[in-house]
Design a binder for this molecule. Structure first.
Ligand SMILES: NC(=O)c1ccc[n+]([C@@H]2O[C@H](COP(=O)([O-])OP(=O)(O)OC[C@H]3O[C@@H](n4cnc5c(N)ncnc54)[C@H](OP(=O)(O)O)[C@@H]3O)[C@@H](O)[C@H]2O)c1
Length: 383
């Protein structure tokens, strides 16, 4: 890889999961910032499902990439079959293809493979047991198989573990953005955590810079696992209260709900929702609630190995707190447009938006458009 890039051959990569939060951020970066030396193809899951080994083989035979990146996952709350097929078998299929083609395989994993505790290092994984949730079990099995394939079939891979990710373009509103949504939506009356509980956070915008760097430095990063997290962990209660103050809201109140009570509430809601399905009303709790326990347990990942590597943080002063104002504007605008929240009116976020006229006087828009803006695009005109 390093030789190829120094001889200025344009590299071709294949990205799996390009429509997701992490994959989308990577696709955008490689399209806009590295297009001179790297080309990235990001087939949709309809075109290439990693559950299907034949799909992968056919696609990679045709494209012959120089590297592959896998950011695909089944939805967090998926059943055992889908979690196994996408998160584990999909990873295995991609790794087998990369090993055959002798190209680097970049794998994205999760802090869900780690126990709780402070300053956890890359070797501190959970043990694989039947009672792990489907997500953690399948992600952990994938990590173990990649290690095995590096040792036994010479797979050139790097595994990057992310903690709680923050960034724009989370269309599914998951993880941190679900928490942020609950505050913005005022559906979190009190704090479902304990004082002093901290977690690590991963910056989605910095992540592509790391992937680019490790692609260009295979010798250092091959066969390695890295925690890609901000240096300083963040206290959950403080983060929620900071979001609250940005949004100028009164809730959540600074009342800490004990875990036993939160667990009881969750169980009651589950029973209630089950009962409602009998009368034809379907509803689901956010899948993140399966991680309720982690709101009450500290899990912080050591960033020391990353810090000691040759990677240089491109935005050393950016963290979840400095990023909050931009995230607030981005997500409030998005959720308001999607009618997911009504608290923040579009008139406040965008006082001059065209949609204000669309609301009150659509006939004026029609008149202006018909008068000034219906001529065919000149640059497309066929002579
Ligand atoms: N977001 C976080 O807070 C977080 C935290 C820790 C670790 N991570 C890790 O980061 C990675 C990316 O997560 P994310 O948040 O970006 O996930 P995401 O937004 O849910 O995106 C998942 C992607 O996987 C694709 N996919 C699903 N099934 C597929 C299949 N059978 N074949 C091909 N593609 C398939 C989806 O495509 P379709 O939309 O077409 O189905 C989508 O593009 C995962 O490895 C995850 O474990 C994320």
């Amino acid at each position: 890889m390093t030789q190829k890039s120094s001889s200025h051959k344009k590299l071709l990569g294949v990205l799996i999961g390009g429509s997701g939060l992490i994959g989308g951020t990577l696709a955008h970066y490689f399209k806009t910032q590295t297009s001179a030396d790297i080309d990235l193809r990001a087939p949709s899951s309809k075109k290439l499902s990693i559950r299907n080994a034949v799909d992968i083989r056919d696609y990679l035979k045709r494209v012959r990439p120089d590297f592959v990146i896998n950011t695909a996952i089944a939805n967090i709350g998926s059943d055992a079959q889908l979690s196994l097929e996408v998160n584990y078998v999909g990873t295995l299929n991609m790794a087998r293809a990369a090993a055959a083609l002798k190209i680097p395989y970049i794998h994205v994993s999760s802090a869900a493979t780690l126990p709780t505790g402070e300053n956890l290092v890359e070797t501190d994984t959970l043990s694989i047991t039947p009672d792990l949730n489907n997500y953690a079990k399948s992600k952990l099995m994938a990590e173990k198989t990649l290690q095995y394939m590096h040792k036994h079939v010479g797979l050139d891979y790097t595994c990057i573990r992310l903690a709680i990710v923050y960034g724009e373009h989370d269309h599914k509103v998951q993880g941190f953005h679900r928490l942020f949504f609950s505050v913005a939506d005022e559906s979190m009356p009190v704090l479902f955590t304990k004082k002093g509980i901290s977690h690590s956070y991963s910056n989605a915008n910095k992540f592509p810079h790391f992937v680019h760097h490790i692609l260009n430095n295979r010798e250092e990063f091959s066969g390695q696992t890295y925690h890609f997290v901000d240096k300083t962990p963040v206290e959950l209660a403080d983060l929620i209260l900071t979001i609250r103050s940005y949004l100028e809201l009164k809730s959540p109140r600074e009342i800490y709900v004990p875990y036993s009570l939160a667990k009881f509430g969750k169980k009651t809601l589950e029973i209630l929702l089950k009962g409602l399905t009998r009368i034809g009303i379907n509803g689901n709790l956010p899948p993140e609630l399966m991680f309720l326990e982690s709101f009450y347990k500290t899990q912080t990942l050591s960033a020391e190995k990353l810090g000691n590597s040759s990677f240089v943080d491109p935005m050393p002063d950016e963290n979840i707190y400095t990023k909050l104002p931009a995230l607030v504007v981005y997500y409030l605008t998005r959720w308001t447009h999607e009618n997911l929240i009504s608290t923040y009116s579009d008139k406040i976020l965008h006082p001059n938006a065209m949609s204000n006229e669309f609301d009150s006087s659509p006939d004026e828009i029609l008149e202006t458009v018909h008068k000034n803006s219906t001529s065919p695009f000149e640059d497309l005109l066929v002579p």
